[in-house]
Design a binder for this molecule. Structure first.
Ligand SMILES: O=C(CO)[C@@H](O)[C@H](O)COP(=O)(O)O
Length: 219
């Protein structure tokens, strides 16, 4: 089933709890929580104290995307703070296999993200350990960018990799997802769609979520 995951990077942080209630009521499937360290990506967002404060009031799964170097340093803390899915970058750790085991041992689903320039085949040896594969459709760091078209073929490659390995994983896309771009991503095999601007910049979040779901098609 297709899932819509609003990225709170685009929310009004002064009203964060209300913003979260709004997108939950709008039918969101996950809350996407973008953590940036100013080193792995050229921006700093928010971290553990924000997750600790919002998690108790969220009833849908929290999908934490760690855009940080050496994420293994923080996996346990994010799991304790309320993450349900923790996604780390292939490019950010020297120890992807053990970091994924760490995520699972902490009771979360284990995700791996790859930047636009990172080929899908770099995950060949690790696909058995992945619950969610995040294809970045922009260079991570900032919301409001346009989807990089060349990344769409990587969605199909990710789907092939999972099929060949006989793995039922989630294939997530993130960056520049709008009602105009979502259909191509869905057709290529994505089933989790992260959207920041397309949802939070709309005054009617329910309509925005519904339009994305409709444009993605039924699955
Ligand atoms: O991870 C990131 C940015 O690095 C994303 O989650 C963006 O926040 C998506 O924003 P939009 O492109 O949907 O505005």
């Amino acid at each position: 089933m297709n899932k819509i995951a609003p990225s709170i990077l685009a929310a009004d942080f002064g009203q964060l709890k209300n913003e979260l209630k709004d997108v939950e009521a709008a039918g969101a499937d996950y809350i996407h929580f973008d953590v940036m360290d100013g080193a792995f990506v050229p921006n700093i967002s928010f971290g553990l104290p924000v997750l600790q404060s919002i998690a108790p009031s969220i009833s849908i799964p929290i999908d934490v995307h760690l855009m940080i170097d050496a994420p293994e340093r923080y996996i346990d803390a994010y799991a304790t703070a309320g993450a349900d899915i923790i996604t780390i970058h292939q490019e950010a750790t020297n120890h992807l296999h053990s970091a994924l085991q760490q995520i699972k041992n902490a009771g979360c689903k284990a995700g791996v993200a790859i930047n636009p320039a990172t080929p899908v085949h770099t995950l060949d040896a690790i696909i058995q350990d992945i619950d969610l594969l995040l294809i970045m459709t922009i260079n991570p760091g900032f919301g409001g960018q346009s989807l990089i078209r060349e990344t769409v073929k990587k969605i199909a490659q990710a789907n092939d990799l999972a099929t060949r390995a006989n793995r039922q994983i989630e294939i997530e896309v993130d960056g520049g997802i709008t009602k105009e771009t979502i259909a191509d991503c869905a057709a290529a095999g994505a089933n989790v769609f992260v959207a920041g601007s397309a949802i939070f910049q709309s005054s009617d979040r329910k309509k925005a979520v519904e339009e994305l779901r409709l444009a993605a098609g039924s699955k």
